[in-house]
Write a protein that binds this ligand. Structure first.
Ligand code: FES
Length: 105
C-alpha cells in the first residue's frame, strides 16, 4: 500500500506499508521523520499525530474515544487529526497522503 508521508515543510516520503500494518509502524520502519510511536501503537502518546486530507477521511474511519482524548491534549489538534497508529493500511488507502504537524520533525 503506497502511503505518502508529508512533513510540515513539504518534504514527501513515499513508502510501501504492508496491508494490515498501521501507519505509525509504516513510518517508523521506513525512517520517516516526524512519527515516533513512543507508546508502541496504543493511542497513548500522540507522537504519531498526523492530519488526514479531507478526501481520505471517510476511508480511514473515525477516532475512538481514547484516540479523541489523546488528540485533545495536542495543541496542534485539528478536526482532521488522527493518530497514525490507529489507522491500518489497506488497498483502499493506496496513494493516501498523511501530513505531519510542525511540532513533529
Ligand atoms: Fe503512541 Fe500512536 S504510537 S499514540
Amino acid at each position: 500500500v503506497k502511503i505518502i508521508y508529508v512533513e510540515h515543510n513539504g518534504t514527501r516520503h513515499e513508502v510501501n506499508v504492508a496491508d494490515g500494518e498501521n501507519l505509525m509502524e509504516g513510518a517508523v520502519q521506513n525512517n520517516v521523520p516526524g512519527i515516533d510511536g513512543d507508546c508502541g501503537g496504543n493511542a497513548a502518546c500522540a507522537t504519531c499525530h498526523c492530519y488526514i486530507p479531507a478526501e481520505w477521511e471517510a476511508l480511514t474511519g473515525s477516532r475512538s474515544d481514547l484516540e479523541d482524548s489523546m488528540i485533545e491534549l495536542a495543541d496542534t489538534a485539528k478536526p482532521n487529526s488522527r493518530l497514525a497508529c490507529q489507522i491500518k493500511a489497506s488497498a483502499a488507502l493506496d496513494g493516501m497522503e498523511v501530513h505531519m504537524p510542525a511540532t513533529q520533525h
